[in-house]
Design a protein around this ligand. Structure first.
Ligand code: IZC
Ligand code: ZN
Length: 409
């Protein structure tokens, strides 16, 4: 099986198999009048003009821009219900953490997720994945965290596993049992942390249901010390560590991420200089979620300072029913330019190579280079700036996953 995509007006891609920070984050390789030769779902060659003696299927790119397939490194994809009933409260100024403390927010989604069967959860998630694919997203991370007991967390993770066989996108699964304290453990924090560490984590690891473990390290949710215990236990079982850090309050999450060598730290809205230095020292990728800042009416993370400090920055949607009920990574790309003041080249790396690295896929996807999986997007333009300049409609023309056209024409 081969496919030659030719007449690419501009091919633009980061290069390499690991996250890029500092000046290297904006280092994009470009090639005009390019082709992409695909064999058996992988990139066989990238070149200019036409390859010699090619016989096989072809696709005329029509002079369009071609980039790597996008990677969404942070979603809470699988859940029951929505939280539209909280909209009026939010508009009246009730803070996200107050709604949670009153038994709403995440806990509302926990009730709806527990009540849903696996097929209903899967169909709902498939619908979202379809929309993401059409926008050019070819790999995606999915967190659990709406079960909050062993069977229900495993149920959510099993749904994610079945989704891999039901649609083309590459999925990476993250266990997030420490997303909130469930209502039945109110007044018994230790009991729940013990359940996460001694019951959930070993089962998740044994059944191979997740590659990463994430914790919501936040005022009133899990403290830095509790997060440390959970993430160290996860690492001891071979899972990579991720942490929701400094989303609302800086309570030590970014410092902890650096100390334990987390793969990524998420949000970082409130991260200070010491937090940024800790990320740099620990080789942690900053996974920033600007659509959540927009939706919560919060400040935007200090992305420019992070890039300048040499921290590799990734940008993702945070798709979830509470703080970001939208899954449009193209909007995130636009926000990353205008709210973070990152350049198009830096943002392209943030949503491809650095995002791939944040979910352990940098050897496989995230760049257009020989040997990698053939995940690419042809855009409705011939230049890179355009896809960061326009916003509000889908600019992807054709989406290619593992060498197959999966969306567009
Ligand atoms: O359902 O509110 N921040 N977890 C931490 C979320 C947002 C998801 C949610
Ligand atoms: Zn999140």
């Amino acid at each position: 099986m081969s496919l030659l995509i030719y007449n690419i007006g501009l091919l633009a891609t980061p290069q390499g198999q690991s996250a890029r920070g500092g000046a290297a984050q904006g280092d994009i390789y470009t090639l005009k009048d390019a082709y992409l030769l695909i064999r058996d779902g992988r990139i066989a060659a990238v070149g200019q003009g036409m390859p010699r003696d090619y016989e096989g299927e072809t696709l005329d790119a029509g002079g369009r821009l071609c980039t790597p397939g996008l990677v969404d490194a942070h979603t809470h994809l699988v859940f029951g219900g929505w939280r539209a009933h909280e909209l009026a409260l939010k508009l009246q100024g009730v803070p996200y953490l107050d709604i949670l403390a009153q038994g709403g927010g995440i806990l509302s989604t926990v009730r709806a997720t527990r009540a849903a069967d696996e097929e209903a959860l899967a169909e709902k998630a498939l619908d979202v994945l379809d929309g993401m694919l059409a926008l050019g997203v070819t790999s995606c991370e999915c967190k659990s965290g709406y079960g909050l007991d062993t069977e229900q967390e495993l149920k959510q993770l099993r749904v994610t596993r079945t989704l891999q066989d039901r649609q083309p996108m590459t999925l990476v699964s993250t266990f997030m049992g420490a997303h909130a304290l469930p209502e039945e453990y109110r007044g018994n924090r230790e009991g729940y942390i013990d359940l996460v560490i001694n019951d959930m984590l070993p089962r998740v690891a044994r059944e191979g249901l997740a590659q990463y473990c994430d914790v919501f390290c936040e005022q009133g949710v899990f403290s830095a010390e509790e997060s440390r215990r959970i993430l160290l236990a996860a690492q001891a079982l071979g899972l990579g560590a991720k942490i929701h850090a400094d989303e609302v309050e800086a309570i030590g999450g970014s410092r902890l991420a650096g100390e334990i060598g987390a793969v990524s730290a998420e949000h970082l809205i409130a991260a200070d200089d010491a937090g940024i230095a800790a990320l740099k020292a620990g080789g942690v990728i900053a996974c920033l979620l600007p659509a959540t800042s927009l939706y919560l009416g919060k400040p935007f993370a200090r992305a420019r300072d992070m890039v300048n400090a040499g921290v590799p920055v990734c940008a993702a949607t945070d798709f979830n029913p509470g703080s970001c009920p939208g899954s449009n990574l193209q909007l995130v790309m636009n926000l990353a330019c205008w709210q973070y003041r990152l350049l198009p080249q830096e943002v392209l790396t943030a949503v491809t190579l650095n995002a791939a690295a944040a979910i352990g896929l940098a050897g496989e996807v995230g760049t257009l280079e020989a040997g990698k999986r053939a995940d690419a997007v042809l855009w409705d333009t011939d230049n890179l700036d355009y896809i960061f300049y326009r916003f509000g409609q889908n600019l992807a023309h054709t989406v290619i996953k593992d060498g197959h056209i999966v969306a567009g024409t």
